[in-house]
Ligand binder design. Structure first.
Ligand SMILES: *[C@@H]1O[C@H](CO)[C@@H](O)[C@H](O)[C@H]1NC(C)=O
Ligand SMILES: *[C@@H]1O[C@H](CO)[C@@H](O)[C@H](O)[C@H]1NC(C)=O
Ligand SMILES: *[C@@H]1O[C@H](CO)[C@@H](O)[C@H](O)[C@H]1NC(C)=O
Ligand SMILES: *[C@@H]1O[C@H](CO)[C@@H](O)[C@H](O)[C@H]1NC(C)=O
Ligand SMILES: *[C@@H]1O[C@H](CO)[C@@H](O)[C@H](O)[C@H]1NC(C)=O
Ligand SMILES: *[C@@H]1O[C@H](CO)[C@@H](O)[C@H](O)[C@H]1NC(C)=O
Ligand SMILES: *[C@@H]1O[C@H](CO)[C@@H](O)[C@H](O)[C@H]1NC(C)=O
Length: 666
């Protein structure tokens, strides 16, 4: 298969021209002045053979001297026009590669270049070459890595095998667009024209026996001035890969600053005849082809699988995340855990994103994966730092945050899985299963102790910001677990710090929060008050109801309390299955915590002691209630917008000073 020494091919034909030869026509290359390398050669009949049956190989044919391609006064690329006739003859009908290119190159030494898909012009390193190259490729293979559109296209390549612009090879000689098979084995004529005025480059092609179509196949604005240097070599390159394909050039005309002469078809050399093979040889070849196809198929499937899986599981990882290694989950694991984030695994979808159930592949730990879409990268670092520090919080009434994973535009938070869903499912809208008073009181005490831990039990004061029944999750023993904290913080970042949006949920927003936008332990206590009333009354803090006074739950409970019948506000579904003292205490505590004046609300430390009957319930002050109780009174907050201060906030009203404030009786 390799009859000649591969390093033997530097053939300099004739002498180098002393005058710039920028107008020439070769009808056959018998007398052409060309510099050949690779396996290129000129047959005795004048046929330029760029590649033949040797493979893999490359072949080049260039003018021996570079042409001045730029106007010396303006520095702009000159117009040019060229026309040539080529033929690509594959040895086997469906196996061929890789193509021919018309080339302008700063250096004609292309020893660094690779054959096959690199067309003898580029190599696989990045950048693809240090040589300056503009090539018009006639590419007969589809290489997805170079964004090739198909296996029969014309493209403009600048300094790399990825085309700036490309088109399926076709022509229209008046009878509509016809596809042109580049590997038909028949001669094809191509015209390339560049106009320096508008930087437009046209590539037209047609079978050699068809006149030049008036509409180019590919027309593209490529301002060559920025891509070429003053002097450029002009010529052709061709390359073969594993499939034997011959690339021939029959004629070539070229003119700088003008229109190239038409080729004379009658003078062109003829292509070699394709000899018939013995039946034995074709049988062997057939077998080889089948083998090759099978191999190719296996490789293609492998490559597709590899490419697909590597993009599917692509993550975003930055240096500063190194220290969070243990908290960082690998996307592939989460993908496998949730069976590809399938709908069957969807646990719920809320304001912040969708939550999926999953089982981690190796440890088989059940988890809930929250998918939060997040475009802005701004503030991500601080947010992740907070998420990780939240992950260090440990309390039996908190939903444990196990870690996170980051992808482009997406954040995934991994939590401990809570089998019994969220509390609201058991309270509102005729629940399938109603919680007994004992269960409810147990959940209330659990949530109170979790909130007390966040406010006072850790090295920093953590404000939850979004306490409500739907954020209380239930574990397998029906303990209340506070979840979903910190997410509000994510939406803080990227918003203008000057504008204050309030985050939270309507009906749980303390009045001062809507004014100052600053979340504090006091605003958490307010939301906790709303939660107490929800659990005791079995309804949401704000519900559109028949009677207008009943819309806001706190107002209703307050009315009952003023009338001395606070127990009437309780969940009617409970019947009389409840403990009167506990119910009364929870309702009154709910009111106390929901006081519009933050200084009248008890701190969580006191709330805990009251629930444990360790401290007496303070009297409720009747003063100050006429302020907007529910936070609905004044506009200016955005229901799902986000708020100002930090999640890990050293709260302005520290719990200890709050406790010393009198909880006024009358
Ligand atoms: C270009 O060369 C051709 C012959 O190859 C000649 O007929 C023609 O006049 C030349 N054109 C110019 C502008 O020199
Ligand atoms: C170069 O540009 C100048 C100014 O536009 C023009 O007069 C001259 O003919 C150009 N030279 C060539 C070789 O095109
Ligand atoms: C082409 O370049 C290579 C290395 O860049 C060099 O070794 C070789 O001698 C050059 N060939 C010619 C003909 O200049
Ligand atoms: C690719 O070609 C450049 C020259 O254009 C050369 O510097 C580089 O070493 C080559 N890379 C490989 C992998 O051959
Ligand atoms: C390229 O083709 C377009 C459309 O046919 C034509 O208007 C334009 O003049 C051509 N440009 C060149 C440089 O031939
Ligand atoms: C809570 O979860 C446990 C364990 O999955 C289960 O046995 C129990 O029935 C659940 N309770 C309710 C009320 O769904
Ligand atoms: C809140 O209560 C404190 C003490 O009870 C009082 O000094 C303050 O003026 C009250 N604030 C409002 C806005 O009513």
């Amino acid at each position: 298969m390799f009859p000649k020494n591969m390093f033997f091919f530097l053939i300099l034909t004739l002498t180098t021209a002393s005058v710039q030869d920028d107008n020439f026509t070769y009808n056959g290359f018998g007398a052409a002045k060309l510099h050949l390398d690779g396996i290129a050669e000129i047959a005795p009949n004048g046929l330029l053979i760029l590649t033949d049956t040797r493979e893999p190989a490359k072949g080049h044919a260039f003018l021996p001297t570079p042409l001045r391609f730029k106007n010396s006064t303006t520095g702009k690329a000159l117009s040019f026009s060229t026309s040539f006739i080529f033929a690509i003859v594959p040895k086997y009908q469906d196996l061929f590669g890789h193509g021919i290119a018309f080339v302008l190159a700063q250096s004609a030494n292309l020893s660094y270049a690779l054959p096959s898909q690199f067309l003898g012009l580029f190599n696989s390193s990045n950048p693809y070459s240090s040589n300056q190259i503009v090539a018009i490729e006639f590419d007969t293979n589809m290489n997805p890595e170079f964004n090739d559109i198909d296996n029969n296209h014309v493209g403009i390549d600048v300094n790399g095998p990825k085309s700036l612009s490309s088109k399926h090879a076709a022509y229209d000689n008046g009878g509509g667009l016809k596809s042109l098979n580049l590997v038909s084995g028949k001669p094809i004529q191509a015209w390339i024209e560049y106009n320096h005025l508008d930087g437009q480059l046209n590539v037209t092609l047609a079978p050699a026996d068809v006149a030049k179509p008036s509409v180019p196949c590919l027309s593209s604005n490529v301002n060559l001035s920025s891509w070429i240097s003053d002097y450029m070599y002009v010529g052709f390159s061709s390359a073969v890969g594993p499939f034997i394909t011959s690339h021939y050039m029959l004629g070539w005309s070229f003119k700088l600053n003008g229109k190239a002469q038409a080729l004379d078809l009658s003078q062109l050399p003829s292509l070699p005849r394709i000899g018939s093979k013995s039946t034995l040889e074709s049988w062997k070849i057939g077998l080889l082809i089948i083998l090759a196809i099978v191999l190719l198929l296996i490789i293609t499937i492998g490559v597709i699988f590899f490419v697909k899986s590597s993009t599917k599981f692509r993550e975003v990882f930055e240096d500063w995340e190194l220290e969070y290694g243990p908290q960082r989950f690998c996307y592939k694991d989460l993908f496998l855990a949730t069976k590809g984030f399938r709908d069957q695994h969807l646990l719920g979808a809320g304001g912040f994103g969708r939550v999926y159930k999953g089982v981690l592949p190796d440890s088989e730990i059940p988890v809930a994966v929250k998918q939060v879409s997040h475009e802005s990268r701004q503030g991500m670092r601080e947010f992740i730092a907070e998420i990780v520090s939240i992950g260090r919080l440990r309390h039996r009434n908190l939903v444990q945050l196990l870690g996170y994973c980051r992808r482009k535009g997406e954040l995934l938070l991994v939590y401990e899985f809570m089998p019994n869903s969220s509390l609201d499912k058991y309270l509102f809208n005729q629940p399938k299963l109603m919680l007994s008073w004992g269960q409810r009181f147990h959940i209330i005490k659990g949530v109170a102790s979790a909130l007390y831990y966040l406010h006072e039990g850790w090295e920093k004061v953590v404000v939850h910001r979004d306490i409500k029944a739907s954020n209380i999750l239930l574990d397998d023993q029906m303990n209340g677990r506070l979840g979903d904290f910190g997410l509000a913080r994510l939406y803080d970042h990227g918003t203008d710090p000057q504008t204050t949006h309030v985050v939270g949920t309507l009906g749980y927003l303390a009045p001062e929060l809507t004014k100052t936008g600053k979340a504090t332990t006091g605003t958490d206590v307010f939301a906790f008050g709303g939660f107490l009333l929800e659990v005791a009354c079995g309804r949401r803090p704000i519900e559109i109801r028949a009677s207008e006074e009943d819309v806001v739950l706190v107002d209703k409970v307050l009315e009952c309390w003023k009338a001395g019948t606070i127990l009437e506000a309780r969940d009617p579904n409970l019947g009389n299955q409840y403990i009167v003292e506990e119910m009364e205490m929870v309702l009154k505590l709910g009111l106390l915590c929901s006081h519009p004046n933050s200084s009248s609300r008890p701190p969580m430390r006191l709330v805990m002691r009251i629930l444990e009957r360790d401290a007496p319930l303070p009297e409720i002050s009747e003063d100050g209630w006429n302020a907007e109780v529910s936070g609905m009174g004044e506009g200016g907050f955005d229901n799902y917008g986000m708020s100002g201060s930090s999640l890990l906030t050293m709260s302005a009203c520290s719990p200890s000073t709050m406790e010393s404030l009198p909880l006024t009786g009358r």
